[in-house]
Ligand binder design. Structure first.
Ligand SMILES: [Zn+2]
Length: 714
């Protein structure tokens, strides 16, 4: 799973919140945010040495090894890769290198079969073709293609086509008198995009007997462009695997919701687990789906439900009738995170965490091995600098997660296990899931990190244009959005990757980034070495550029005199969240937004004051003494934590952040407590949540003021 799949599709829908392309940070005295002039110089020197150590050949070596075998969570191959990552971390001089084991619910399939029994007999292959040019495509063999956390079933029923499987699709069907209860629903992955677990959730709610999710060529196949092995889009037999866990309710091991699944941990029964789907579901290629769709009668589907197959899509029910058999083994399996650290010289307890997941659905070239190769390179280079005595002032933690693809599992369990240490000391969590699928940079982040991110992008050279990455990025965004003032940084954060536990459970500032491009083989066996070397990143230039972006960002946060949180853009972002809240029908009549507007304003003023005082202090000449800003930094760390709601958001207590939660689709939902209640018309709850939100914003403003009072004055 990955954030950017989402960003690409929903990017057009969300309002502009980050700094605008036209409103770049001003080039001011050559100082990096959070640094003095002198420490900026030494940081730039350090980063120049980082750049000298970049090596696409080394990135390629890691990448080729990582993508040699399919390595799903729970497999021997993925454990072998955990050992590889551990051994590299050790060789690179990282400290406290260890494996963390968790035993989590990870059922594998024993049998998956879909056959049409009426009006003709037909058996879906549920397999992907091999191509002579790509030897890896022969290596997958007879392994089953499935959706993680599907229920088991043995069901025979009429089929309906339910478009994307979103609520409005079922509403339309029901308006035509078509009852989805007891039927087998076949739905598309995209148009518009929603997380496959949401499709399962909605199907379960509607009483669907079994769900088939297929890849229509309109969404990621021939309608988009040339298909594999001639191009980057999905060929006729490609199958998008993936989990359907309801991790929008609670992520992590479903049997240990909110605590770590370490040895001896209490476990609930699977029947009690809220994130376990009760519906059987299976993924399919369009080639397998076509004979079924062709045998549907009933009304013609609406125009925007029509896909790119050469036929008129009808919705059924029947005459196509399917027999679906799914047998999942219900097993708990061990997963393995790898952790290594570069201990900080001045503030070892303050942590900058660089995280990536290792488990893949098959070879996982883009998702996630491009990120894993990037992480190993970042570890090699930061390790080499440390060996030469150029250690960061704060500790840099490299975290390599397992089972992200299932329920964001490894990161969630680790975050739950070390909540106390992280709550105290985590400065930021910087996520790279899929690092590279093309040349287009994208990043989502809490807005306090915006200035630092933009400064890093200014300093990195884009491999294609040889101009600054900031420049290339601005051009891509403004041409994609048709708007030169479109925001570069996505400041509305949903879910779908490993930053979730840090942001939503622990209140740690996060960023999640990668390079995107045309990519139609997501979670299929074709996301492999051949794809990457021919389409995604020939020459490993962008993967290597990501090492630089990630490394510089990590080092700036680890070395800054004053942790470069800028709460001014954060408060403005929250202001836009409040503005968009006003668009909820009936809200302005029901809720008084005066107090929240005042709270946002209060935070903005506190942020402005903090910024000015910090800038004054940092513009003073000379190297700073160790410890000068220790109290200020300790106070700064507390600001984001103040945004956590003690009881979480209504009905989803694990999601504690007052500003962000995922919708069930994974799309971002800002001010979730108020918004969700308001959208449901539950005004009493919305008022109560608004009160709590105002309290949290006031607390963040107070914490910002406390920090400002600790800025040393000379
Ligand atoms: Zn991923």
């Amino acid at each position: 799973m990955r954030l950017r799949t989402l960003c690409l599709v929903i990017g057009l829908l969300v309002t502009g919140l980050a700094l605008m392309a036209a409103d770049q940070p001003k080039e001011e005295a050559n100082r990096i945010p959070g640094f003095t002039a002198a420490t900026s110089d030494s940081e730039r020197g350090l980063e120049a040495r980082l750049v000298d150590l970049l090596d696409p050949a080394s990135t390629a070596r890691h990448f080729r090894l990582l993508t040699e075998e399919p390595h799903p969570a729970g497999s021997d191959e993925n454990l072998k890769l955990a050992h590889y990552v551990r051994d590299q971390f050790v060789a690179y001089g990282l400290e406290e290198v260890k494996l963390h084991r968790y035993d989590v619910l990870l059922p594998w399939p024993r049998k998956i079969a879909v056959t049409m029994v009426e009006p003709v007999e037909y058996t879906a292959s549920l397999a992907e073709d091999a191509y002579p040019v790509d030897k890896d495509s022969y290596a997958v063999g007879a392994s089953l293609t499935y959706l993680g956390m599907s229920a088991s079933c043995d069901v025979t029923a009429d089929v309906i086509y339910a478009h994307s499987g979103n609520p409005e699709d079922y509403d339309w069907l029901e308006a035509q008198g078509i009852d989805p209860r007891g039927k087998i629903a076949i739905v598309r992955y995209s148009n518009p995009y929603s997380y496959r677990g949401f499709k399962a959730w909605e199907a379960e709610r509607r009483g669907v007997a079994a769900l088939i999710i297929y890849s229509d060529p309109k969404d990621d196949g021939y309608r988009q462009g040339k298909v594999f092995p001639h191009g980057p889009w999905g060929p006729e037999s490609h199958i998008q695997r993936g989990a359907i866990t309801y991790d929008f309710i609670v992520p992590g091991d479903p049997l240990t919701p909110g605590w770590a699944s370490i040895e001896g941990a209490k476990r609930i029964a699977p029947e009690e687990a809220r994130s376990v789907p009760r519906i059987p579901a299976v993924p399919m290629s369009w080639r397998d789906a076509k004979p079924i769709l062709e045998k549907l009668g009933g009304p013609v589907a609406p125009l925007d439900w029509q896909g790119a197959l050469p036929m008129t899509y009808r919705v059924g029910p029947g005459p196509a009738k399917l027999h679906v058999e799914i047998d999942m083994d219900g097993e708990t399996r061990p997963i393995w995170n790898v952790e290594g650290r570069i201990r900080g010289t001045e503030k070892p307890e303050e942590l900058v965490i660089l995280g990536n997941h290792r488990d893949a659905w098959v070879f996982g070239a883009v998702d996630p091995s491009s990120g894993t190769a990037t992480q190993l390179e970042a570890a090699r280079i930061l390790g080499a600098l440390a060996k030469k005595g150029e250690r960061p002032r704060r500790t840099v933690v490299f975290a390599n997660w397992d089972a992200e693809e299932w329920h964001l599992t490894g990161s969630t369990e680790w975050g739950e296990q070390f909540a106390a240490e992280l709550g105290k000391g985590a400065v930021a969590y910087l996520n790279v899931d899929s690092s590279t699928a093309g040349p287009d940079f994208s990043i989502g982040a809490v807005a306090s990190l915006n200035p630092t991110i933009l400064e890093v992008a200014r300093d990195v050279i884009d491999p294609n244009t040889r101009r600054s990455l900031l420049d290339a990025w601005s051009k891509t965004v403004s041409s994609a959005e048709g708007d030169a003032s479109a925001p570069l940084i996505e400041n509305e954060l949903g879910s779908g990757s490993d930053y979730t536990v840090f942001l939503n459970f622990l209140g740690v500032p996060v960023a999640s980034m990668g390079f995107d491009g045309p990519y139609g083989v997501y979670h299929s066996q074709y996301d492999d070495l051949y794809w990457m070397e021919h389409f995604g990143d020939p020459g490993y230039r962008y993967m290597t550029a990501m090492v630089e972006v990630w490394g510089r960002l990590g080092l700036r946060l680890a070395n800054a005199d004053v942790i470069p949180y800028d709460f001014r853009p954060y408060a403005s972002t929250v202001g836009s969240f409040v503005d968009s809240l006003r668009e909820v029908p009936g809200l302005e009549e029901e809720l008084d937004l005066t107090a929240i507007a005042a709270a946002v304003d209060g935070w903005r003023q506190a942020a402005e004051n903090l910024h000015q005082k910090t800038e004054e202090a940092l513009t003073l000449e000379g190297e700073t003494q160790a410890g000068t800003y220790a109290d200020l930094n300790a106070a700064l760390l507390k600001v984001e934590r103040e945004l956590l709601l003690e009881d979480g958001i209504p009905d989803r207590p694990w999601f504690k952040h007052a500003l962000y939660a995922p919708r069930y689709t994974y799309a971002a939902m800002s001010l979730p407590g108020v918004r969700e209640a308001a959208e449901a018309g539950n005004w009493d709850l919305a008022r109560k949540q608004l009160g709590l939100l105002v309290e949290r914003l006031a607390a963040a403003a107070k914490a910002t003021e406390r920090a400002a009072a600790l800025v040393p004055v000379r």
